[in-house]
Design a protein around this ligand. Sequence first.
Ligand code: GTP
Ligand code: MG
Length: 307
Amino acid sequence: MELLKNLIAGQEKACARCLSLVENHREGYLDLLEDIYPYLGRAYKVALTGPPGVGKSTLIAGLVEEYIKLDKKIGLLLVSPSSPVSQGTFLGDRISLAKFFAHPNVFIRSVASRGMEGGLAPEISSMIKILDAYGCDLILLETVGSCPLNTEVLDLVDCLVNVLNPDIEDELQLMETGNIELGDILVLNKLDDKNLERVKIDLEMILDLREDEAYRSYVLVTSKNPAKGIGDLRKALDDHKTYLETSGMWEKKRLQQKEKEVYHWMQNQLEEKLRQNLRNQEKEVIEALEEGESPYKVALNLLERDF
Ligand SMILES: Nc1nc2c(ncn2[C@@H]2O[C@H](COP(=O)(O)OP(=O)(O)OP(=O)(O)O)[C@@H](O)[C@H]2O)c(=O)[nH]1
Ligand SMILES: [Mg+2]
């Protein structure tokens, strides 16, 4: 397939077309996903998650700056909640990233999370694959994580950077958010707004209490003005990747990701079958309900008969 060949060759236009294909489930998207399978697995996939406005895009801009200098190829997927009315994305404050739009080594795409309750659109997993096959060394995913942090994103990436709310003033509040358990790297951003150094020390003490862990989550303090901590964040990411590669976790994680994917594909197919089945049986269902049968019983009867 010509499109696939161009994607693998690193052609930007082909990448954009492939992303649209899988995002919108256009004809041939399943074949494409099947055909790119042998070309996957090289990219280091990182998600930055945190509440709205915590500074994720600003941190990503800083990281991109760093990795460009190292001649890395970077893919950015910016996941925004979509408007229930327009189904479009809210671009939010992404001005910080605008300067990379024309950069040959950076590919940026905004994608709607499709208004699912805290969830990620299933297409995002496929879009990550496209960027991987395109030849990205690093794929950064920005997602808005609310409390409790949605854990779906953990199935998609190798490293989770949890950007914490700068309003947090002590470790107790931090514990209450319940998110510190999740995240390979914890970032306390907007150091310039608050003195977060003490919170950092408290947080590190809490993490030290965890036993038997080969990998200890990093705690970093970052800020935009003055620019601080981006180099540390890049180093923490590189260290985490090295840890995955040297400990055998890289392969293990990849296998786990694939296993989850099997489940998701099965779920997709079953749901589609279910919807189809319900459409076909609509008349029968309505009749049973009108006769006073309970929805539970109706469902059970249909399942026993047709599945
Ligand atoms: N004072 C201060 N402001 C910052 C810092 N980092 C980002 N900001 C500002 O905070 C606002 C939000 O930053 P973003 O990087 O867009 O935050 P975000 O988490 O990507 O926001 P959403 O994508 O809307 O969830 C912007 O006005 C930034 O300029 C920081 O370290 N210190
Ligand atoms: Mg943002």
